[in-house]
Write a protein that binds this ligand. Structure first.
Ligand SMILES: N[C@@H](CCC(=O)N[C@@H](CS)C(=O)NCC(=O)O)C(=O)O
Length: 203
C-alpha cells in the first residue's frame, strides 16, 4: 500500500495523521505536486489530486473521506470512525473541516493570479466563510466525545491549513477554547511529523 500526498495538502495530512494514530507509521508516502499534473500522478489519479491511496492489488482510491473510511474499516488498530449516533456527528465534523479547506483554497489561488486580475470580493467572501467555519468547528469539537476521532483529526488539519495559508485570519483571538484544544492536538506526534511545508515538490 502507498499513499500519494503532498507536503502541504491538509487533506493528505488528515490521512497521514490517521495512519500514524492507527499505528501504521511505516506506510510508504510518495509526495507529488498535484498542480504540476505530471504523468506519474495522472496515472494514479487522472483528476490530479492528492491524497490517493494505492492498494497492493493496484486499485487506487481518492477523496480523503473515502480513504479515511477505507483505512478505518479495513486496517487494524483503534477506530476513528465510531458506530452509532456518534458516527454522524463525527462524519459531519469531517465534512465541515474538508469544506472549510475547499473554501480556503480559493482565495489562495486567487492571490496567486497577477495582482491586477485578482477579484478582491472573492478573496474577502471566502475568507469570511472560513472565519465563520472556524466558529462552527469550535462548536463541533465541543459536541463530540473526547476520544480522538476522524472529526477531530480533520478539524485539526483544517486549522493547521488556516495557520499555514491564511494566518492573517487570526482565529485564536476569537476562539480561545478551540485554541487550547488545538494546542494539545498540535503536540501529538502524528501532527508534529506532518506539519505542512513548502518543499520540493509543493502543492
Ligand atoms: N475532496 C478531495 C479534495 C482534494 C484536494 O483538493 N487536494 C488538493 C491539494 S490540498 C489538490 O490536489 N489540488 C489539485 C487540483 O485541484 O488540481 C479530498 O478530500 O481528497
Amino acid at each position: 500500500m502507498k499513499l500519494i500526498a503532498s507536503t502541504t495538502s491538509p487533506f493528505a495530512r488528515k490521512i497521514r495523521v490517521l495512519l500514524i494514530e492507527k499505528g501504521f507509521d511505516d506506510i510508504e508516502v510518495e509526495m507529488h505536486n498535484p498542480w504540476d499534473s505530471k504523468d506519474e500522478l495522472l496515472a494514479l489519479n487522472p483528476l490530479s489530486r492528492v491524497p490517493a491511496l494505492v492498494l497492493t492489488n493496484g486499485v487506487v482510491f481518492y477523496d480523503s473521506a473515502l480513504i479515511a473510511d477505507y483505512i478505518d474499516s479495513t486496517m487494524q488498530g483503534p477506530k476513528f470512525v465510531p458506530e452509532g449516533v456518534n458516527r454522524w456527528i463525527v462524519l459531519q465534523a469531517q465534512a465541515h473541516a474538508d469544506n472549510m479547506i475547499d473554501v480556503g483554497i480559493r482565495p489562495l489561488l486567487e492571490r496567486r493570479r497577477p495582482q491586477d486580475k485578482q477579484v478582491k470580493e472573492i478573496i474577502m467572501r471566502d475568507e469570511l466563510t472560513v472565519a465563520r467555519g472556524v466558529g462552527v468547528a469550535a462548536k463541533l469539537v465541543k459536541s463530540m466525545d473526547a476520544q480522538l476521532n476522524i472529526g477531530h483529526i480533520a478539524i485539526a488539519c483544517a486549522l493547521g491549513f488556516v495557520d499555514f495559508r491564511l494566518p492573517h485570519l487570526k482565529w485564536r483571538d476569537r476562539h480561545s477554547e478551540l485554541s487550547a484544544w488545538y494546542q494539545d492536538m498540535r503536540l501529538r506526534p502524528s501532527m508534529q511529523t506532518t506539519v505542512p511545508f513548502e518543499g520540493e515538490p509543493v502543492a
